[in-house]
Design a protein around this ligand. Structure first.
Ligand code: AMP
Length: 145
């Protein structure tokens, strides 16, 4: 299965983003309201400036207590974002997420941000794929194919 198949079956395809100058409290409110684990950071006119995940917020909370909530998103986000393309396989993306120890990936097509996928989306797609392969093998063994 390809990343483009994952994006096309996602129920919420809207890209949820904040700006580098927004404060962390408003980004956290967005994560909570939208029930997601990371937001894309992009200033107006840009495709992608960074990513801010719940991990970044928890890390800072552990270091500094709640004092950072008025800090700007730009100070906490990861700027060196690893992205994938719609043509990559879910196995490739799963490997990249495992190697990089992150659970979210923006999808870029021809320089444009076209979606965001999470490890949950990738694992669900992989389970479907494995199920399909198993069913096909069972049919073959039963002599139906
Ligand atoms: P996550 O596991 O996605 O919640 O994020 C763990 C850490 O990796 C956080 O510091 C994120 O800002 C960062 N991160 C998340 N997604 C990516 C990505 N696609 N590329 C680089 N860093 C990322």
């Amino acid at each position: 299965m390809l990343v483009r198949d994952i994006i096309s079956t996602k129920q919420i395809r809207k890209i949820i983003s904040v700006e580098t100058t927004d404060n962390v409290a408003s980004a956290a409110a967005m994560l909570s309201e939208m029930r997601i684990g990371a937001v894309i950071v992009r200033d107006s006119g840009n495709e992608l400036d960074g990513i801010l995940s719940e991990r970044d917020i928890v890390r800072e909370l552990g270091r500094r207590g709640a004092n950072f909530l008025n800090d700007k998103v730009g100070a906490l986000m990861t700027s060196n974002v690893k992205t994938c393309s719609p043509a990559q396989t879910c196995q490739e993306v799963m490997q990249m997420m495992t190697d990089g120890r992150f659970r979210h990936m923006p999808v870029m097509d021809d320089g444009k941000l076209v979606g965001v996928i999470s490890i949950g989306d990738v694992v669900a797609a992989r389970i479907k794929e494995v199920q399909f392969e198993n069913d096909a093998m069972a049919e073959m063994l039963a002599g139906n194919i």
